[in-house]
Write a protein that binds this ligand. Structure first.
Ligand code: FMN
Length: 201
């Protein structure tokens, strides 16, 4: 099995737990326990949120339990093909109304902070997290009984790093083995003055 190495070319030094994180599609066969998954959610729990409203809501399924299969069934086929080999799946949602009953403008931002904590805590424990927007949110909303003040956002595949890339379809295997990670430069998206459009679509 080919060892996977990733190169993250930073311009400024950053914490290793951020630098070494990446999103695998092949996962180790060793199962994840409920308490391992809850430990990741605990890290999310301590994220900040607007007025501490904590809009995140999470459905979790461990491989082998029916919830895992129900989350899997909400993913687009492309994601199902590899995510079926994860050891746990999350479905993330957020409350779209705030304490005043108005539109909660920062809810998805706050869910993002939650997930930021989850993926870094996961990496700290040798667990890879692969977030997915490719799902049917309407199906997932009804499958898990969400009411209208909640919106489904993403799904997340979890499992220990060290999966066999040969288990993936050819193009995804190439992605998995790609060494160099790429990002826009800080000076392309951050300005000490007026906004400048330095990133062309
Ligand atoms: C909100 C969100 C949605 C994503 N949707 C998908 C998806 O549907 N399928 C997929 O294979 N990867 C998906 N990704 C993974 C990204 O493609 C990946 O994070 C990005 O290429 C950067 O790679 P890295 O996480 O390894 O640094 C998603 C990531 C995020 C944060």
């Amino acid at each position: 099995m080919k060892e996977i190495t990733k190169i993250t070319p930073t311009d400024y030094e950053i914490m290793d737990e951020i630098k070494s994180r990446w999103s695998p599609r092949a996962f180790d066969d060793v199962p994840l326990s409920v308490s391992e998954v809850k430990q990741l959610l605990e890290a999310g729990r301590w994220a900040s949120s607007s007025f501490n409203q904590q809009p995140w809501r999470i459905i979790y399924g461990i491989k082998g339990d029916p919830v895992f299969d129900r989350i899997l069934s909400c993913l687009v086929e492309f994601n199902q093909d590899w995510a079926k080999n994860a050891q746990a799946l999350l479905l993330t949602a957020y409350k779209n109304t705030n304490n005043e009953g108005e539109h909660y403008r920062h809810a998805m931002h706050d869910l993002g902070l939650f997930m930021g904590n989850v993926v870094i805590q996961a990496n700290h424990k040798g667990i890879g997290a692969h977030q997915m927007g490719g799902l049917d949110p309407v199906k997932a909303h009804s499958e898990f009984g969400f009411t209208s003040e909640f919106d489904v956002a993403t799904a997340v595949a979890l499992g220990r790093y060290g999966g066999d890339p040969d288990t993936l379809p050819k193009d995804l295997r190439a992605d998995e083995l790609e060494e160099k990670r790429t990002r826009f430069k800080v000076d392309q998206f951050a300005f000490n003055g007026n906004f400048e459009n330095k990133i062309e679509d």
